[in-house]
Each structure stands twice: as C-alpha cells, then as structure tokens.
Design a protein. Structure first.
Length: 164
C-alpha cells in the first residue's frame, strides 16, 4: 500500500496476491476514464517495483479498445456518458416492446402473420458475407453451419404446427 501511495495510485485500486511460488503482488487501478488505468507488479520478496504500466504505455489498438470499453460501459466521460449509454439501452428496450405490441395488435386472427419467405434466386450479399466470415473465422463458420442445420431441421415442424 505504501508503494501505491508513493506511485500516486488513486484510492480504489485492487491488490492481487501472488498465487504461485514465483508470483508477484499486483496493484490494478481502473478508474472511470480509460486514460487513468494502471498496473503495477511488485516483487514479493524485495518489494521492488518490477513493472509500472499505464494507459500511455499501451499500443494504439489497446488504447482504442480500452477507450471503447470505457465509453460502452459509461465510464469515460462521467455522468453525461453514463446517461447517454443508459438512454440508448432504454431506447432499445422500448423499441423491442413497442414492436411486440404493434405486432400483437395487427396480427391476423388465428395465425402469426409472419410474411412468406421468398427463396433468393442467387447468392445474396448476406450469404456471401457469412461465407467469407466463416472462412476467416472457422469457429464462427462452424456455428453458422450449426444454426443452418438446426433451422432446416426445426423449421418444418414449426410450419406444420403454426399453420405457416
């Protein structure tokens, strides 16, 4: 704790204890804005600071990622950021509920009112993007294939049951 005070680490930091024989003490500070992030590793035997890494030491991609995370979680720009993110989440929730209510009010009696699916004549842009993404990211490609197989197996059951 003395090292944290000497290094100017703001209160609210986390202390991680060593878990293995050669492990180190780690002080982590993740305040609101990403620019205040800091990690300090301290030798468990001598108390010497081994590493002191702050936001300025990150690479460009890491900095952009951390700022994006801080904005997404509402921590980067204080209360204004938090209110904007909360408003966005509430807007998505309200739109989802409004969509369900509108569909319920306008659906035909005795059915779902789902539109008839048209068969595309050629390879759609969506299918081409899914194939390209699946090739670039094989695990994602496998999950896309799994969803297609499940969809092809289950869709006929729902169509018969729901009268589609």
């Amino acid at each position: 704790m003395e090292t944290a005070r000497q290094r100017g680490l703001p209160l609210g930091y986390v202390i991680r204890l060593p878990t293995i024989a050669g492990g180190v003490f780690t002080l982590q500070s993740y305040p609101g804005p990403a620019t205040g992030q800091r990690v300090i590793h301290i030798d468990r035997y001598s108390g010497r600071v081994l590493v002191d890494v702050g936001f300025a030491d990150y690479g460009l991609v890491s900095q952009v990622t951390e700022v994006g995370i801080a904005i997404h979680t509402g921590k980067q720009f204080g209360l204004v950021n938090l209110l904007l993110v909360t408003a966005g989440y509430l807007a998505i929730l309200v739109m989802s509920l409004a969509t369900l209510i509108m569909w319920w009010k306008r659906r035909p009696s005795g059915g779902l009112g789902a539109p008839v699916m048209e068969r595309p004549s050629g390879l759609s842009i969506f299918a081409a993007a899914a194939i390209a993404t699946g090739v670039l990211f094989p695990l994602l490609g496998l999950s896309i294939l799994a969803v297609l197989v499940i969809d092809r197996a289950i869709s006929p059951l729902f169509k018969r049951r729901l009268g589609l």
